[in-house]
Design a protein. Structure first.
Length: 341
């Protein structure tokens, strides 16, 4: 019998399709990386002088050696120059494409998957994320910074053969972020508790969707996950802003992220995935008012979405998603994979 599940934050409904239920091996997509048909060229290494460094972490004993570097993305979607100039054209709103689109080169090595980076390297990546959010928050034109990464093992689709992330700073709050803010605020107004903190407590008590935890973080299989093996990483300590996370906690964040990514790699034959870091918007306009409960009701988190199925017409037309892998089965499968960190 299929089951309808409602996301407790945004209210989105998902169909957990028992009739279409799949085993993990049924979701594996084979990637052909035949070197005879794939160019191993790396644009960052081959054209390094074309990438203007924004900021980097470097070896203090060898300034020529970088650990993590941030550069403008070549095919950027937004540009840092200019003014927003919001205006109307009839009933349509228009503004200039002002913002920032940056690429975080997470390692100098030719390592595509973040799962393969050492823990100390992932620590450095999180430190750079924090640096960039703090810097971009000083720009009054910007309201939100989204950090995301898209990984595929198919090197024919990669122009840069390094693990990397994107930083997108925008003059508006994205729709999905607004939905999360509205859902979290509504829950807080009724319960006087953070919905994300309640999710952590309930998932730890039930245990059926808890994949992994350490002293500071939990990784859970999302109750109303849209995609097979969709996961959420949440800090146990309530905090609305990622860039306010104490740096000493980065090691445990790196450990739990690396662990679940390795579980995906080992258990599902290195699938493509996307990661999105959701943090609170900058406190501008109505968000800066004393009456705002954002600090109390929102909770930063990371979503991990393996790309194992395709979104089709029903999903686009209805807003429903169909997930053929019950989240409890996904959690059980991943928990049983040993990765030996």
């Amino acid at each position: 019998m299929p089951e309808l599940r409602r996301d407790p934050v945004v209210g989105r409904w998902v169909i957990i399709s028992q009739e279409r239920s799949k085993r993990p091996k049924d979701l594996i997509v084979e990637i052909n990386n035949d070197s005879a048909n794939v160019s191993p060229a790396c644009d960052f290494c081959d054209n390094r002088n074309e990438y203007k460094e924004i900021v980097s972490l470097r070896d203090p004993n060898n300034k020529e050696k970088f650990y993590v570097m941030v550069v403008p993305r070549k095919n950027h979607l937004l540009k840092i120059e200019g003014e927003v100039n919001r205006k109307g054209r009839g009933l349509y709103d228009i503004m200039e494409g002002v913002g920032a689109h940056e690429l975080v080169i997470e390692t100098p090595e030719h390592t595509l998957n973040m799962a393969d980076l050492p823990l100390e390297q992932i620590d450095k990546v999180f430190s750079v994320f924090t640096m960039r959010i703090k810097e971009l928050s000083t720009d009054n034109r910007l309201k939100y910074v989204m950090i995301y990464k898209n990984y595929t093992p198919d090197i024919s689709k990669n122009t840069i053969l390094h693990s990397r992330s994107n930083i997108m700073a925008m003059p508006v709050n994205p729709k999905r972020v607004k939905e999360k803010l509205a859902g979290a605020k509504k829950y807080y107004e009724y319960h006087e508790r953070c919905v994300f903190c309640d999710i952590i407590r309930q998932e730890k008590e039930m245990g059926v969707r808890l994949i992994e935890e350490n002293d500071d973080f939990v990784a859970i299989s999302a109750f109303a996950g849209r995609f097979p093996f969709e996961m959420t990483i949440l800090p146990k300590a309530h905090n609305a802003d990622f860039h306010h996370c104490p740096p000493e906690k980065f090691r445990n964040l790196s450990a739990i992220l690396k662990s679940v990514l390795l579980k995906l790699k080992v258990g599902l034959n290195d699938p493509a995935y996307s990661i999105v870091l959701f943090s609170a918007p900058f406190r501008r306009g109505y968000l800066s008012r004393p009456s705002s409960s954002l600090n109390e009701d929102f909770h930063w988190h990371i979503e991990i979405m393996p790309q194992l199925t395709r979104t089709a017409g029903f999903e686009w037309g209805s807003g429903f998603y169909i997930n053929p892998m019950p989240p409890e089965d996904a959690a059980e499968f991943l928990k049983n994979i040993e990765v030996g960190l």
